[in-house]
Design a protein around this ligand. Structure first.
Ligand SMILES: Cc1ncc(COP(=O)(O)O)c(C=O)c1O
Length: 411
């Protein structure tokens, strides 16, 4: 092995255990002066990014590009589409035709907002499986569309789609369904049969699907990710699927995304709409990082290791809670680095639970109420981000245990 190759490899494997101080870097998750591992600070486990350095070949590619001091308007270079399609083929077993790809440099959310503007008008119904990542239902309500919710169920600690409820809602006055796969906040990886069933219902009732698959890269091969457009030709024509190297490789600050839109009319409309806002070019560093992440085999290896490491963190959380904090029950997280924790037995509602986590435990998860759901079904949950060094997960668990012990004592 060449020296440079060896050096690269060693760097790639140098530790998810390493604690990296992000406080002076503008990191959203760690900003505002109140976060830290010190006793009087709060451990941040909210925003969906990782406290791991991205793989070294990605950082090198960005640095090499940065060394060329011209940062003018940038187009995706030749072969970029092939790199993305190749990645999807290798990782999801689905190879989109290159002409199906569209791009939205600001990110997945902007792409979804754009497609909603194209397909719906104010007052039109859009269905979201709830609870769900807050911007996915807020993009509906804040743009004046009508949110039609289909409540997800929890059966034996596992999130399930209520197909009867879903069908009754689809049969009503709705034009679009938004689904996240894997599901945020729970990390549920939807199986092919489940997606197939949902897709058939959507076609039966003429509902277009926006499938947000931004977390698809962070799914272990054990479960495997099913890309919505891989369900069949009709299904592909009836959806827009959203992807990004952001979640798998921790590139949230580089703002790129790729869409698969098989229907040529919808794709043309999408590209036109992106052109109006001058958002059709791209972010120099976003495309550089994406290309490296999706084409360097060391990055793929890094990703598999990151998934394995986070799976270890999740096991630690399950085991720890079962032993020491049985009042908090974790829903099984199959993909993503997110964990959906049922805190009902603590007997606190949304804001009270938030205060408990921030002030007593000094740990900040995302609060369940943000994710919505009928009758505040998410209220007694929190979403914990397990993508950090294990020592931090452990410190957070100890804090939660002590805070819950304090509650027990007080009762
Ligand atoms: C399900 C889901 N969709 C979209 C996003 C945001 O994507 P982007 O930053 O590309 O808009 C996130 C970020 O956490 C997410 O979890």
């Amino acid at each position: 092995m060449e020296d440079r190759e060896r050096e690269k490899k060693e760097n790639v494997y140098a530790g998810f255990d390493r604690q990296i101080d992000r406080r002076e870097t503008g990191a959203y998750k760690w900003s505002g002066g109140r976060y830290g591992l010190e006793e009087d600070r709060i451990i941040p486990m909210w925003v969906a990014d990782m406290d791991f350095a991205c793989p070294e070949p990605v950082a090198t590619a960005v640095k090499e590009r940065a060394a060329h001091p011209l940062y003018g308007y940038t187009v995706r270079d030749q072969g970029y589409e092939a790199v993305i399609a190749g990645w999807m083929k290798r990782r999801y077993g689905f190879e989109p035709r290159e002409e199906w790809l569209a791009f939205a440099p600001p990110g997945v959310l902007y792409a979804i907002y754009t497609m909603l503007r194209i397909l719906t008008e104010k007052g039109d119904g859009v269905i979201v499986l709830m609870p769900n990542y807050d911007p996915l239902h807020e993009v509906v309500t804040k743009s004046g569309r009508r949110l039609a919710e289909s409540q997800l169920l929890i059966k034996d600690g596992k999130i399930e789609i209520d197909f009867d409820d879903l069908e009754s809602k689809l049969a009503g006055d709705v034009k679009v369904m938004i689904i996240s796969n894997p599901h945020n906040p729970s990390g549920r990886v939807w199986r092919r049969e489940e997606l197939q069933r949902a897709a058939e219902l959507c076609r039966r009732y003429g509902v277009f699907v926006i499938s947000d698959e931004i977390h698809a890269d962070f799914v272990s091969q054990k479960y495997g990710h099913t890309a919505f457009p891989s369900l069949g030709e009709e299904e592909a024509l009836n959806c827009m699927a959203c992807y990004s190297a952001n979640k798998g490789f921790n590139l949230g600050g580089l703002q790129t995304s790729t869409l698969v839109i098989a229907d040529p009319e919808k794709r043309r409309a999408f590209d036109e709409e992106m052109g109006i806002g001058q958002t059709r070019l791209d972010n120099i560093f976003g495309i550089t990082a994406t290309r490296a992440a999706y084409s360097d085999p060391l990055c793929e290896k890094w990703l598999d290791e990151a998934i394995e490491y986070v799976d270890g963190n999740k096991e630690l959380v399950y085991d720890y809670l079962r032993r020491y904090v049985p009042e908090i029950r974790a829903v099984r997280s199959e993909g993503t680095y997110l964990m959906w924790l049922d805190c009902s037995a603590l007997g606190m509602d949304g804001k009270e639970l938030e205060q408990f986590f921030l002030e007593s435990a000094r740990v900040q998860p995302c609060m369940g109420y943000e994710f919505g759901g009928q009758g505040g079904s998410g209220d007694r949950f929190v979403r914990l981000n397990a993508a950090c060094p294990r020592t931090i997960v452990m410190a957070a668990l100890d804090r939660i245990k002590n805070a819950v012990s304090g509650l027990r004592g007080g009762r």
